[in-house]
Design a protein around this ligand. Structure first.
Ligand code: UDP
Ligand code: MG
Length: 319
């Protein structure tokens, strides 16, 4: 097998339950497609049978390419590892390993790519997750769009077909706190959305912990927006203005109306309010400083402990 045209990239974390479904659907897709396809499965430090399953299929079926990380690095980094290992010469089809993103859409995405788009990203028309999660996603994407300095399309996740040159740019982006869907928009070229209905996961539970979900959201906000800092500066300016106005009224009252200056309830209120504002502001600065801190270490983004690949194609350099 030489140089596949397309790499399907799917990160897996404890997905032993969904694995057989995934492989069955991918095999069906590859058998019906005229494209030459490899499947890059990334084991993100799973604790169940997932790595064994990946190893087995990568050793016996040359279309499968196994990448094993040294520990759980999280979805975004696992995906980044997959992108750096993928050999597809025309494009990388990025999907979740739980079949929430139907792989069968590849031919349609590919057609759109052939029409001159470098990125075909999926837009979720409808979700089948719980109400709380759905509302959270809905609000988050709208908030992010309104504050971001680049145009990140609404309701689109990492599910996309990206061209080889876009993948190469992604590999060159050294940012440690990764928000791939934002990076993808930032890269530019011609991008087009494709509306689809997001399925439920094939089996098992979501592998994203609440903490990870929040981290992802924070990465979206702090990596693609200067709004928090600007907001803070404006808040600071506004409070100075209010304080000044208040001071002037007090002076006017005292000297022109010889009134006694009233009460410390107001004082207490202002102190509490502005200590809160200050802590909030410090937290915002902290978020940026934290990102500088992590980035300044210049650690590798992920550690691949093993790779099983059957292609004779020269592996592009890892990030
Ligand atoms: N995933 C991963 N590492 C993690 C968490 C998740 O590689 O630390 C994978 C997971 O196996 C799945 C994909 O990322 O293939 C999306 O995760 P999940 O379905 O749990 O997220 P959700 O769809 O609930 O947002
Ligand atoms: Mg999922």
């Amino acid at each position: 097998m030489k140089n596949p045209q397309i790499s399907i990239v799917a990160p897996l974390y404890n997905e032993a339950e969904t694995f057989p479904h995934l492989v069955a659907r991918l095999n069906r897709l590859m058998e019906s497609s005229p494209l030459s396809i490899e499947v890059v499965l990334i084991d993100d430090g799973s604790r169940d049978a997932t790595p064994d399953m990946i190893r087995q299929i990568a050793l016996t079926d040359e279309r499968y390419h196994g990448v094993f990380l040294s520990r759980n690095h999280g979805h975004q980094l696992a995906l980044s590892a997959g992108i750096s290992a993928a050999l597809g010469s025309e494009g990388l089809f990025i999907i979740d390993g739980d079949l929430q993103d139907p792989p069968e859409l590849l031919p349609e995405f590919y057609k759109l790519m052939k029409e001159g788009n470098d990125v075909v990203y999926a837009v979720r028309k409808k979700r089948k997750e719980g109400l709380v999660k759905r509302t959270g996603y809905f609000l988050f994407y709208r908030f992010l769009k309104s504050i971001s300095y680049i145009d990140i399309p609404l309701d689109s996740g990492d599910f996309a077909l990206v061209s080889r040159r876009v993948a190469d740019v992604m590999k060159k982006m050294p940012e440690e706190s990764r928000y791939l869907r934002g990076m993808r928009s930032w890269i530019g070229f011609k991008q087009v959305g494709y509306a689809y209905e997001r399925d439920e996961r094939a089996a098992g539970e979501s592998k994203y912990s609440f903490k990870q979900l929040f981290r992802l959201a924070y990465n979206g906000i702090f990596n693609f927006s200067e709004f928090p800092i600007k907001f803070m500066t404006n808040m600071g300016g506004l409070s100075i203005l209010i304080a000044l106005l208040y001071f002037i009224t007090v002076l006017v009252k005292k000297f022109f109306f010889t009134q006694i200056i009233e009460g410390f309830t107001a004082l207490l209120f202002v102190i509490i309010l502005f200590s809160g504002v200050q802590l909030f502001a410090l937290g915002i600065i902290g978020e940026y400083v934290l990102r500088i801190f992590f980035q300044s270490k210049q650690r590798p983004l992920f550690i691949i402990k093993e790779e099983i690949v059957n292609c004779d194609y020269q592996k592009p350099d890892a990030v």
